[in-house]
Design a protein around this ligand. Sequence first.
Ligand SMILES: [Zn+2]
Length: 655
Amino acid sequence: MNYPDLEKLVTRSKLIGADQSLVVYGGGNTSAKGEITDYLGRNRSVLWVKGSGADMAYGEAVDYPALYLDELSALKSQGELDDDTMVDFVTRALVDPSARRPSIETLLHAFLPARHIDHVHADAICALTNHEDGAAAVRDALGEGFAYVEWIRPGFKLSKLVSELKEYQGVVLAHHGLIVWDDDSQKCYAKTLDAVDRAKEFLATLKRKPQAQFAHQDLSKEQIRELLLHLRGKIGKKQILRIDTRLRQISDRQDLDKVVAAGAASADHMLRIRPWSCILTPESVDVAVDSYRARYEAYFEANKNLLPEGYSSHGSDPKLFITPGIGMIAAGATISETKMMADIAFHTHSVGSTVVDSFPKPRTLPDSEIFGFDYWPMELYKLKLKPKAPQMSGNIFIVTGAGSGIGRGIALHLGSLGANLVLADLDPKGLAQTEEEFAAGKFSKPLLVQGDQSDENVVIETLNRTIDNFGGLDGVVLNAGIGVPGPLEELDSSQWRRGLEINLTSSFLLTKHAMRMMRLQGMGGSLVYIASKNAFAPGAGFGGYSVSKAGMIQLMRIAALEGGSIGIRANALNPDAVFDNSKLWEGGIREQRAKEHGVKPEELEDFYAKRNILKARVRSLDVARSVAHLLSDESSRTTGAVIPVDGGVAAGFPR
Ligand SMILES: [Zn+2]
């Protein structure tokens, strides 16, 4: 069915949602009123309003549930409604009972008569009101036509209050945002933009130069990496830490603490980042995190009488850091989550700096109000809409040889478990194809590093880029390798050396540098070596390979011995005869191995399957599942171990 007002609403909301200085990530809400024919064929007036937590930038018609307007209007005669009752009543007015939950601010839209209504959390409007004399600033910026309402949490009371103000052109909600309306959708949008523009123009006339000049030099890349590793270890949580330079001008101000203190009061900041951002310098990581936690715990203790039943502390870890010489560091389980945090913080703290530079008495919300929002079930509902985090969410791993075969299989499996991955390979085409499969699986975008991992510079570069991109490292899968066929009498010494370089020396180099980074980070780690059945049960004519894989097992054992005291575990897997996508069998190796075993090349898979105890073909997924186990805390008491993934080959039993 076609509803022109709903269509206009969706179009207008996308325009609003595209501008983060108006709304960010599900903030704000818009509505339209119109007529529909209900299930009994009656004409009914409805309100379409944005669903709770829906993002205007991407919202479609389905994200704007319809509600019977007469049902909503009838609620106006109620004296008071607590949040739960209000949500219960509002939900009963849904045209489609299975539609997504409408915004907590639904009644505000229902009680105002205009056909189209915009409610945005615009930066410029927040800047007008985040200080002691917001009412005067709103009057000076927007004129007498706009009503000013002191901070009150959204809900029934605010909706009734705003409904009394319908004679105005619009309403400014202190520490919160703007409401404007019109019977025409385009005019409504124009009014939103106009009010925000006027606020910006007014602020521009007030803005003084910050007294404090830039006080900080750029940090070197090496300093930044050390800071990220130190910070990640200090918090002790498997998550990404991402640098974002947008707040650099603010982070370097000498009055940074004042700016940060002025800026916590935005609904989106309170919901996602919690009460405050954390000011951090490379020298103060431990002190800054400790004092943030202490401050949060004191705030929680002081306000816990306001905690709704069934809720406990969110935990006291900071999620967003402002660092002189850098800008921001955002924490999150995925790159997109860190981007969301940084986007919100960018807007919040930009507002804070405008307020500090424009008004003599900046003011944020009192802790009790922030706490009320921090633990408000109505807002926490939005977070509940998020799907449960996958098993390896927040983990950061490197997989070498990820452009084909077992390495690609491992990468895809870890990707499906939500891990953040750095994929290394010599072959750019193979890497590109693995990346395509990541996109097809909708896994987090991996970081690709093309290069020869037997070159120490490439290894260092791989680790550096891992830290630059994700801020830490939880594990490495040392998988890159090549086959080295030929009996010893015929094996060329250059081929022998190349096998050792690629299969063994590269593993040594990666072990060496990964352990160094893990030591700096101080969260332990897991090294998983993809060796081979041949390490224990070598085959004639495959000596170059078998020797390098036996060396890899010994390397693993030394890494386990040396890494144990700092929580680094090292284990190996011995796969056998894994064929899917594998390049190991190319270049004549399949033919050579087949000849060695007295079968035809195309019979080789079957030959290997029949040879093992379980009579099973071994797939890269089988190896990948064991890798995931060894990388995860499920195997936290296992180090120095070798696990065969070979279908059972008695000669290859570990010993
Ligand atoms: Zn709002």
